[in-house]
Design a binder for this molecule. Sequence first.
Ligand SMILES: [Zn+2]
Length: 497
Amino acid sequence: MAGSVPIHTGLGRGTGNFWIDTGLVVLDQGLEEGEHSIDAIVQWLVDRITQKRGNTGLYYDQSTGQLREYEKTNWAYPINLFIKVAGDAGEKVTIGGETYPTQPPTFQLKLDLSKKPAFCDICSEHGPVTDAKMWMFPFLVDPSKFANFYPGLRRGTKLCARCALAGLAAYLGWLWKAQGRDALHFFIFHSDLEEMKRLHRSVLGPLRAQGGRGGNAPVAFSGPYLHETTLGLLLELFSHARSSDMLDEEGRAALAEFLGATVVTSLPVTLYAISGKPAQAFNMTDLREFSRLHDLFQLYERWLEAVSEVDKNPHGRVVTVFRQFQAQQGKSWETLWRDRIAWSVLSFSDPFPFIEQFLYEVRVREESPRPLVRGTLEVFEQYGQEVMGMDEQFQRTLAGFGHNLGTAAQEHNEMGLLYELRNAKNPEAFYRVLNDAQFRLETTIPEALLRIEKGERIAGVPWVRVKTILAIYAMNAFLRKAGNQSSPSQGREEGQE
Ligand SMILES: [Zn+2]
């Protein structure tokens, strides 16, 4: 009997597959180390991935000849989007025109191990194997969705019992976040198995949110898109590294270590983020890997420093800065800009064009337009220096000139000039607008902006980036001044949500 071959739990060797390795950690944490029968492990898992639905049904009890109530059970959400095996309700009987099961449906999964030994496609062990079925191992073998991630895997993938059980156990180790019917995100960490175990035990376990259809991933904010939600998760995690009201000292220290805050040589942790739509089944739209968490955490610490003058709660301020890039559309919020800015930050590329777009196409068109929340410029100035190599002195020049330009444009009622600046398509057009501004607004253009260098650069920066940053400063100053005039006591700079 294949089912009676005992499985030795304990971490052992990792497989390098993030889904299976997550499951190995779950098994190791949940089961006592030692030998367990496969059936016992399956039962242990099924007990944890099914849940009572909170309503009852009737079954026909053949021994007493009576109808009896039972509590309905199902695979827990969102696992039910992957496992489509129905409960076994026994024979059916018809009484008074109604059909009843003859037992409460029992939820079972069978591994069906082969008698003929073969090599496991995941860990290469030789022994009894099972066909990996798509409904059990969603992130492993669905070839249409994951072909580019696991090019070697096909529908006929064979798994040994240990890998198959780990595949099932991984459902208990993921972090997930649902956005109603719009989106479902999953997050899975991966690195050395022992390290991942420590991460799960000391950090992710205590931070995991409990219950509900909204998910268990702790996030500072989230939306239908992958990158914004990933950034929301990371900001929340980062906030617990220096001090935490949810982690004990060991957990906090472990997190700081994982993020490279204390031990430089700590193994890098990789975060996999998967996005899709919850429907009858999960429809994956995106899968990304983020491996530069150390660098991101360093950036986050710079941001805290940069906004500490503005706010006594620097973390809350940084969250507010990123959260603001959304617009109300009817009853819901469109967060496309936030996702693009989050994408830029997570991939260490240029967020300024998206901030510019947000200011000129969203904020200005609001009923009472408001500038960016306080701290925004500080956060992105820091980003410009750290990631894009901007010179601090030149940034200050741009900030000062942009501020004068925007304030003067507001005084002269010349918003159009700012749009001309924003729309400049080449250095000539850019200089033409500055020239116009000089005459119409009586502003003085700083020397540093007038020297265009080889490769159409200004002070070493591509001209279009200079234009974009200037357009952001100017419009922000314009909106701030306008806001101060309409409600001098209050200044409409804070988010209104
Ligand atoms: Zn295996």
